[in-house]
Design a protein around this ligand. Structure first.
Ligand code: K7E
Ligand code: RUQ
Ligand code: CUA
Length: 650
């Protein structure tokens, strides 16, 4: 009864907090100190200190901001088509959005994780997950493009990802919805959840040099819902910690039925042991289907391949792989502090923050200090024996924790809409600042590394309400920048984000800016349909297929008048941009083309497929303002009836 009351109280608090946030709190604007503007002002022509890579949520994309200015530099298309970059429109980029279910032009991008070397961001890649049709992406920071996407089998709702180990040996992805393993055996009654539904944790191996990744193996667990995870670092390097909600193993009305137990779990995995067992051949091969898509920067084209097998190890078959730590209540984030000693749970419905000790956990495991009953074949460590301590009454609805370089933690509270700074050793609250409104993730620059840069914290809020000029029924989501160099956090800036922001990473500008690819060498372009200069521009017919080798340079297409196209033809415009100047793209569009447009960078070739649906004259034009004569950069294509005697001419 008491438990139930507590839950109702929390739910009520949630509702109250959301409706309260509808009115502008008095003095909301005055939380900003006098020289905040100066501290976020990056003078014209100067660079920001950090790149901030921010999840775009249900937009499917990743955005790149500068910190401290909050200026938006780029939206990197990842899981959704993007007209601005022609992503998913060109024949070259379409394979990136292929899955075992076919071409899927949308997904829900939640988390972003940097590549790490010795526990520090190395500026090479960003990893991102998609939640719906489970995928992982690798973004190359030299090109700020998605270089690789891999589908994750045996998974439903790939929320618990991507999290990388200390040297990015592995990117981890785990299932949020337990599901029966892929394949024909998946056709089971939903009520058979307890027997048939399983959790899977994927270990995606990353090549240290090229960054290329693929699934090495998966661990199968009882039907747990994995929410988020963190890899150990320093002393806990070699371990993984995953929060699990729904220990009730409910499959309906989770809102209530998955909120019964006082405690759910954090699953601790000894991943180095798992790797040993995998290498010793202890796994079983399972037939699955998953897409593996790669973008090749030499051919400027992607390929998609369907893989058909994965190696699975069942944690219940091993005694020393996995341990459960009870964690109050429906934990969301689980975060490991910079030294690797403390593991912080964030029970969404808990009125405290539990802090676990890695040393104590190791002792408990060594002494078999376990609960009498296992859970699905996994030993459950006694709560008290792994606990460093609890932060009492920190706020309502804790979600995520990040760290600074001085032994402090910062936890986001959705329900009470605030960020709370607390000392990890002493478990004492030091400061709290309201967020406007209902913060989800937060990020300290380098806050999940071994040596956080400190200085800046960004709150990624779920609700904007009255912070910006109203824009109809829907408002943007918003981020808030805090200076955390002092004892008290100081609010410096609000800025809007794209989609719904979840996790983000900040990397010092110096680690990335000089690695940026500035231009592509046309002579290194290995695209099979390149025209290296205007003299190679031409139109070729092969049955009903027409290949147009088109070049662009300020400010014309070659060729720009094409006749002899017939209804029933499939026309491929292979557009090569022969400019050799940094940042001099040309665009390409033709009336009536379903694939819309291309954006072609200097030295690149991209292809637009067009199947004309009627006869007539079709204008084409450059979509990116490229010179004073951009409006002149256009042409015509004539389409005649099938079997017409109009000769091919260009
Ligand atoms: Cu990382 Cu936003 Cu998907 Cu928490 S979730 S808020
Ligand atoms: S023209 S650069 Cu499209 Cu009116 Cu403006
Ligand atoms: Cu080329 Cu505008």
């Amino acid at each position: 009864m008491k438990r139930r009351k507590h839950l109702l109280w929390l739910l009520a608090a949630m509702v109250v907090s959301i409706s309260f946030s509808a009115c502008k709190p008095r003095g909301a604007g005055s939380a900003v100190t006098g020289n905040a503007a100066a501290r976020t002002y990056v003078p014209p022509g100067q660079y920001d200190e950090f790149y901030n890579f921010v999840s775009g949520g249900f937009s499917g994309q990743m955005s790149v901001y500068g910190l401290p200015s909050g200026r938006l530099f780029r939206v990197i298309p990842v899981f959704s088509v993007d007209p601005e970059k022609g992503w998913g429109f060109s024949e070259e980029t379409k394979p990136m959005l292929e899955t075992s279910h076919g071409f899927i032009p949308w997904d829900d991008l939640h988390h972003i994780e940097a590549s790490f070397t010795d526990g520090m961001p190395d500026g090479k890649w960003m990893f991102a997950n998609s939640n719906n049709t489970p995928r992982l992406a690798r973004i190359d920071l030299a090109t700020h493009r998605t270089a690789e996407i891999i589908e994750i089998p045996n998974t439903g709702g790939n929320h618990c990802s991507p999290f990388t180990t200390e040297n990015s040996e592995y990117v981890i992805a785990a299932t949020r919805f337990s599901v029966p393993p892929d394949g024909p055996g998946g056709d089971v009654p939903i009520s058979s959840y307890k027997e048939n539904f399983k959790g899977h944790i994927s270990f995606v191996r990353v090549d240290k040099e090229t960054g290329e990744f693929d699934i090495a193996f998966q661990l199968k667990t009882p039907g747990l819902n994995f929410d988020l995870s963190s890899a150990g670092k320093g002393k806990s390097n070699g371990w993984l910690f995953l929060s699990c909600y729904n220990s009730e193993q409910a499959h309906t009305l989770l809102e209530v039925s998955a909120s019964q137990n006082d405690k759910d779990f954090i699953l601790a995995i000894n991943w180095k042991k798992a790797e040993e067992y995998f290498k010793a051949g202890r796994g079983t091969k399972q037939a699955v289907r998953y897409a593996h898509n790669k973008y090749n920067e030499e051919t400027h084209s992607a390929t998609s391949e369907i893989k058909t097998e994965v190696t699975v190890l069942d944690v219940a078959d091993f005694e020393d792989l996995a341990y459960l730590i009870p964690c109050p209540k429906s934990p969301h984030g689980t975060d490991v502090n910079p030294t690797g000693e403390y593991i912080i749970g964030s029970g969404k419905l808990a009125a405290l923050i539990p802090v676990f000790s890695f040393d104590k956990l190791q002792n408990a495991i060594a002494n078999k200090d376990f609960e009498a009953e296992q859970y699905g074949g996994i030993p459950v460590v006694k709560y008290e024996s792994a606990l460093h301590g609890e932060v009492e009454k920190p706020g309502l609805g804790p979600l995520h924790t990040e760290f600074d370089d001085k032994g402090n933690a910062y936890t986001s509270f959705f329900v009470s809409s605030e960020i709370v700074k607390w000392n990890i050793e002493k478990l004492e609250v030091i400061d709290r600042q309201p967020t406007y409104y209902s913060v989800g993730h937060l990020m300290v620059a380098g806050g999940n590394s071994k040596k956080p840069y400190g200085k800046y914290l960004v709150a990624y809020n779920k609700i904007t309400k009255d912070r910006f000029l109203p824009t109809g029924p829907e408002l943007c989501h918003a981020a808030q920048l805090f200076d955390i160099s002092g004892e008290k956090m100081e609010l410096l800036l609000d800025f809007p984000t794209i989609g719904e922001p979840h996790y983000a990473q900040a990397v010092p500008a110096d680690l990335i800016k000089d690695r940026s690819v500035k231009i592509y060498d046309i002579n290194a372009n290995k695209h099979p349909y390149i025209a290296k200069g205007e003299s190679e521009a031409r139109v070729e017919r092969n049955g009903n297929t027409v290949h147009v080798y088109l070049t662009t340079i300020r400010s014309h297409f070659t060729p720009d008048n094409i006749e002899g196209i017939q209804l029933g033809d499939e026309v491929y415009f292979h557009v090569t941009n022969i400019e050799q100047d940094w940042d001099m793209p040309h665009g390409f569009a033709i009336k009536g083309a379903g694939n819309s447009e291309l954006l072609v960078m200097p030295g690149e070739t991209q292809t637009l497929k067009w199947v004309p649906d009627r006869t007539g004259i079709f204008p084409m034009y450059c979509t990116d303002f490229c010179s004073a004569l951009h409006q002149e950069m256009s042409g015509y294509v004539r389409v005649s009836p099938k079997g017409s005697n109009v000769q091919l001419a260009f």
